[in-house]
Write a protein that binds this ligand. Structure first.
Ligand SMILES: [Zn+2]
Length: 457
């Protein structure tokens, strides 16, 4: 069909004015496309507002594009299908594979939610149906869709398989960044540059903050591990199963292989992280040249002397009997669930132990209380005294910080008509919008959830 509409309508269904819940609708010329279908997450894995009906006719959506497999970008796919979605789903190859594991893990938690009757939405059948609707693209492979639309993914460098989605229509380019990686990453390729977007829908989670230098963090990790060895303690590290666990394994592997740290048992105590590490191993050819060069020397970068993968509950419990010094990595990354909770009960009351926080700790989580140094903690109904050493390394973020977000848009200055800052708290997004106006004279705005805009094409 020829181009009839010289305007496309973009709706920020959710994921605007908030960090999570990515879900955008692009429509025009007889077509409707969604970008991401994520869970809105606050203190809980899924906020109540997730279970309201989608604000668009689900059965009229042609294609759902997925930028990457974090739950705040994929978590409502089962709900979309249960409400009548009949279209296709399109992502990169690793994103499809990781999504299946992430949705099955989410299912294990959400199916117990009786308030919203989620046992009917989060079923293995619905997840299988999602997989049967799913097509994949390599980075840079073009998907032509009738009515004049063209789509392609570029590498965003955020997690394995993460993509920046480019939409070309009537000679104009609309770009959805998804989440932008904190390049250079130890494993992933750098975020690809974009210099020709007409409209940019961009994440802004760290719009008002900069991270600790990446060079510094590995040195700090080495210091923390050595200090724990000296104290003959247990070092516990709450980790996110996806990306952060694999990055950490890779960095510890390099410390072990280069004999920078003494030998001791190191446990990866997370069934999901163990499964995801296998997917990472399978897609090593997606890694950056530095990581691939190390792999080519014959080094298994996710395995080293002392590493034990504890998949079964009994194996996890048996860690307690292993003498110190030792290291335990377990989920969840914010200590709001998962096996880390049991380790925190066991190890936080001893001043010889250390807890290392490497990720963002959101308000209302146990991780946040530990980060703030609260001494008396309530964990699973028990009063636990926090006497262990608390150490933080902030450089492990998977997102670009404020300066690097500005650097990302810089090549587009003078060409881009408008930047919409999404996936950030209003404070962070507004700060970034102002910075882009001041430094680059870019027209940047911060939409609210539910807003629609018309894009001239
Ligand atoms: Zn993400």
């Amino acid at each position: 069909m020829e181009i009839k509409d010289n305007k496309l309508k973009l709706t920020f269904a959710s994921g605007a004015g908030m960090v999570t819940g990515s879900n955008f609708l692009l429509e025009g010329n007889g077509k409707k496309f969604l970008v991401d279908c994520g869970l809105i997450q606050g203190e809980k894995l899924a906020d109540d507002e997730n279970w309201m009906p989608f604000p668009y006719p689900v059965n009229e959506i042609d294609i759902l594009f997925i930028t990457h497999a974090h739950v705040d970008h994929i978590g409502r796919i089962p709900k979309l299908i249960s409400e009548g979605f009949k279209g296709r789903i399109v992502s990169t190859i690793p994103t499809k594979e990781i999504t299946e594991l992430m949705l099955l893990d989410t299912l294990n938690i959400l199916k117990h939610d009786k308030t919203h009757d989620l046992a009917h939405i989060y079923t293995t059948e619905i997840i299988s149906e999602a997989m049967s609707l799913w097509d994949t693209l390599e980075y840079h492979q073009t998907l032509n869709v009738d009515h004049g639309f063209q789509f392609a993914f570029k590498d965003s460098g955020h997690i394995l398989g993460s993509g920046i989605l480019e939409v070309i229509y009537n000679g104009k380019k609309i770009v959805f960044t998804g989440d932008l990686g904190n390049s250079p990453s130890p494993l992933l390729r750098d975020t690809e540059m974009i210099n020709d977007a007409d409209y940019l829908i961009m994440e802004s989670v760290y719009g008002d903050r900069n991270h600790e230098d990446r060079e510094v963090r590995k040195g700090k990790l080495e210091e923390v591990i050595k200090e724990n060895y000296k104290r003959k303690g247990t070092l516990i590290i709450p980790v996110f199963s996806l990306e952060r666990s694999q990055e950490l394994l890779f960095e510890i592997d390099s410390l072990v292989e280069n004999k920078k740290i003494p030998a001791m048992p190191i446990f990866l105590d997370s069934p999901l992280a163990i499964k995801l590490t296998k997917v990472y191993k399978k897609y090593e050819h997606y890694f950056n040249d530095r990581a691939q060069a190390i792999i080519e020397t014959g080094n298994n970068i996710f395995n080293f002397t002392g590493l034990e993968l504890t998949e079964e509950t009994e194996e996890s419990k048996a860690i307690l009997k292993v003498p110190n010094p030792k290291i335990i990595m377990a989920g969840s990354g914010m200590s709001n669930g998962g096996r880390i909770i049991h380790h925190e009960i066991n190890y936080l009351p001893d001043p010889n132990n250390t807890i290392l926080l490497i990720g963002y700790q959101s308000v209302g989580t146990l991780g946040r209380l530990i980060q703030e140094g609260v001494k008396k903690l309530q964990i699973q109904g028990q009063e636990i005294m926090l006497k262990a050493r608390v150490v933080q390394i902030s450089g492990y973020s998977g997102h670009k910080d404020s300066d690097h977000l500005v650097e990302f848009v810089e090549p587009m200055a003078g060409k881009v008509k408008k930047v919409f800052l999404v996936m950030g708290e209003p404070k962070a997004a507004l700060f970034l919008a102002q910075k882009m106006k001041d430094n680059l004279n870019i027209d940047a705005t911060v939409p609210s959830a539910g807003d629609s805009v018309m894009l001239d094409c």
